[in-house]
Design a protein around this ligand. Structure first.
Ligand SMILES: [Zn+2]
Length: 211
């Protein structure tokens, strides 16, 4: 029998330093800033009169470069349990966005029973897509999208919104005809002042993970 070039079993555990993810270790370990434990968030921003129990608490969100320096990516992980009109205002982004809809009756993500409507495009070219099965949607940079309406939720739905920018934000068409660029980083503390809520000033977006 030919001799093995290498034995995978011998490669399993290299003798390298191991780290828990304490604030101190994140500062001192070379790659510590690349590893981030999700904080528990309770995002309940709704339009006046809407129920706040449409979503499971807590939720996880990856807030991009403010949490892992240098990230050009942010993502939400929300489980919808009741109908909810999530996004009413048409908008576009400077980079691609991906919207993922999966069943949240774990462990089978294909166990899906919901009716969700998403509009892509603006004015005469607008089209509304009806989502009744596990689905991913790509919204290319600059393409208008929304409203996004979770109309019927008969089984929990896992919703991930992934945007390839360092912080969540978009360009919104306002009812008065103007457009406005808006950013939102969640109800998280400021990276430099824990007593202050993030006001999306963007200072932390300039940091690199190597420093
Ligand atoms: Zn969007």
């Amino acid at each position: 029998m030919a001799e093995k070039k290498f034995d995978l079993r011998k490669l399993q555990e290299a003798d390298v330093p191991k780290h828990y993810i304490s604030a101190e270790e994140k500062e001192t370990a070379k790659f510590g800033k690349l590893v981030f434990e999700f904080p528990q968030e309770r995002n309940e921003i709704v339009a006046e009169g809407d129920p706040v129990d449409y979503i499971v608490k807590p939720q996880a969100y990856f807030r991009g470069a403010s949490q892992i320096p240098g990230s050009e990516f942010n993502q939400s992980y929300q489980i919808f349990v009741k109908p909810f009109f999530l996004d009413r205002v048409q908008h576009r982004h400077v980079k691609d966005e991906f919207l993922v809809f999966l069943g949240a009756s774990f462990p089978n993500v294909f166990d899906f029973d919901a009716h969700i409507e998403l509009t892509i495009g603006k004015g005469e070219e607008a089209e509304t897509y009806i989502i009744t099965k596990p689905t991913i949607v790509r919204i290319p940079a600059g393409v208008y999208h929304c409203p996004l309406n979770f109309k019927e939720i008969n089984k929990p739905v896992l919703f991930l919104a992934t945007l390839f920018t360092p912080m969540f934000g978009g360009i919104y068409d306002m009812p008065d005809g103007t457009t406005q660029e808006m950013y939102y980083n969640g109800p998280v503390p400021c990276k430099y002042d824990a007593n202050k809520k993030c006001d999306t000033c963007g200072k932390c977006l300039q940091e690199s993970w190597e420093r």
